[in-house]
Design a protein around this ligand. Sequence first.
Ligand SMILES: C[S@@+](CC[C@H](N)C(=O)[O-])C[C@H]1O[C@@H](n2cnc3c(N)ncnc32)[C@H](O)[C@@H]1O
Length: 249
Amino acid sequence: MRLSRLQKNFESLAAEDPLWTVLSDKSKKGGKWDPEEFYQSGEDCIRGLQERLAQIDISLAGATALDFGCGVGRLTFPLSRRFEKAIGVDISKSMIDAANQNANRGKNCQFILNTENTLSFLSPESLDFAYSDIVFQHIAPRYSKRYFIEIAKALKPSGIFAFQLPSHLIHGNPLKKRLGYTLKAIAQKLGIGQAYFEMNAIPSTQLIPFMEQRAGLKLLTHWDYPAAGPNWQSYLYIFQKPTAEQGIE
Ligand SMILES: C[S@@+](CC[C@H](N)C(=O)[O-])C[C@H]1O[C@@H](n2cnc3c(N)ncnc32)[C@H](O)[C@@H]1O
């Protein structure tokens, strides 16, 4: 899906029901998420990540964290409690508006609307940590790869980039899925289709060499992370930017 269509889809879904657009639990559709329960799930997620990273001697602390595809700030706010500053970036204005309306849930957060495939507002080597959860699965790989390179540039040496991404389908036929999306896109072009989520994957066997060779990041570890649901093999990847002395072997 082209970035402009992705933006329209998310904007349309977020304008109607932002919390459900972020966490699409069937029972919560139609504004049924309790905001406290919803935002607590973000704290639980970041605490789990923090505990897991502690096992490899990485601490969730420092000057600046980025939350790419921040939605309504569910994960940005808990990051802001661990870093001096947290920057949330999203493609949907309704999401950014909702995040700003909830700004008192975090401390020192900045929310940025970005509809481009670049992140030129981020200074080189300015981030200690970048995170992205349930976002790249909705973005076509050609765009995700560009964001990966941009985020890598913005990381400080030794900075960490942690993100979730499906590798492949476990159940279901990828061609059938692709055909389904093509039909939905045609229906939208004809003005009879509704907004929808598209799922994307990059095989881990392609992603890891890409990140190391093109983005210049080193894989520290990755683990099963079924955030994309039971039909997908999905991982949480932890990459680190080497220092000048380390380079990439
Ligand atoms: C399922 S929500 C997840 C939000 C947040 N990461 C969380 O877990 O609470 C996906 C978010 O990614 C955003 N998004 C999708 N494509 C994006 C892009 N190319 N750049 C920035 N944000 C994007 C959507 O607008 C939406 O807010």
